[in-house]
Ligand binder design. Structure first.
Ligand code: SAH
Length: 227
């Protein structure tokens, strides 16, 4: 069975409506689950303390593990927004499939083998490159961290990873999928050019609606391929 993980409700809403997705009658404590035909769709749900979407790695990892172990998911798709580095010349609302690799840029553990564990370097779905050419989408390396902004060291590691795109969930989903030997396909839509003086958060808010529309469109295209 395939599941789709979308971190934010605002990113998912258009797609949930287009697919007439129905909330499952029983919801987990962490995450909100919907059925859409033969797809299970999970959003990160709302944090019980602050009421905001549970963006970032912890909810993504917990939910991915739950989808695989309790719901029999054997293939995971992640669709969401991301920042792009200015050198990538990506445009706002441009769509990418992630290939070949997903890294972390804020897990620094300078000890033998732990450094490698911290960097992630998880393989994206081997199908990503051929799906990208069928859909005429570019591919890029993704690097994840738990901050919407970045420190200088984050940026150094991001660039050393060869990444062009930056998000807050991809590497956590990729790590869980790798532990279970399940493929992860990531579709990322650019909301911001994160290394400009104009803060990523302000760009993110201005471009979220356009990016979410693109997300809906591209997930529907992927779904038609029946990959
Ligand atoms: N709701 C907040 C921001 C949410 S965090 C606000 O309104 O400002 C941003 C979400 O979009 C995360 O799920 C992350 O995966 C993605 N994202 C978009 N741009 C990003 C960037 N530059 N860096 C990291 N994550 C980014």
């Amino acid at each position: 069975m395939r599941a789709l993980y979308i971190a934010m409700q605002a990113e998912a809403q258009g797609l949930l409506e287009a697919l007439d997705a129905q909330p499952l009658p029983e919801q987990p404590v962490i995450g909100t689950y919907y059925q859409a035909g033969d797809w299970l769709i999970a959003t990160s749900g709302k944090d019980r303390t602050t009421g905001v979407d549970c963006v970032g790695t912890e909810p993504a990892a917990l939910i991915a593990n739950d989808l695989i172990t309790r719901h029999g998911v054997t293939s995971l798709l992640n669709a969401g927004t991301c920042g792009a580095h200015s050198s990538s010349e990506a445009e706002i609302a441009q769509a990418f499939l992630i290939s070949p690799t997903i890294f972390n840029h804020d897990h620094r553990i300078p000890l033998p083998r732990f450094d490698e564990f911290g960097r992630g370097s998880h393989p994206a779905s081997p199908e990503a490159a051929s799906l990208a050419s069928q859909l005429d989408l570019p591919t890029a390396i993704l690097s994840s961290g738990n901050s919407l902004d970045h420190t200088e060291r984050d940026l150094e590691i991001f660039l050393a990873n060869g990444a062009r795109l930056k998000d807050m969930e991809g590497s956590a989903l990729a790590w869980v999928c790798r532990q279970h030997d399940i493929p992860l396909l990531c579709l990322k839509i650019v909301t911001d050019i994160f290394d400009l003086p104009h803060p990523a958060a302000a760009q993110f808010e201005a471009n979220l609606a356009a990016a979410s529309e693109r997300l809906t469109h591209e997930v529907l295209r992927l779904r038609e391929l029946d990959f």
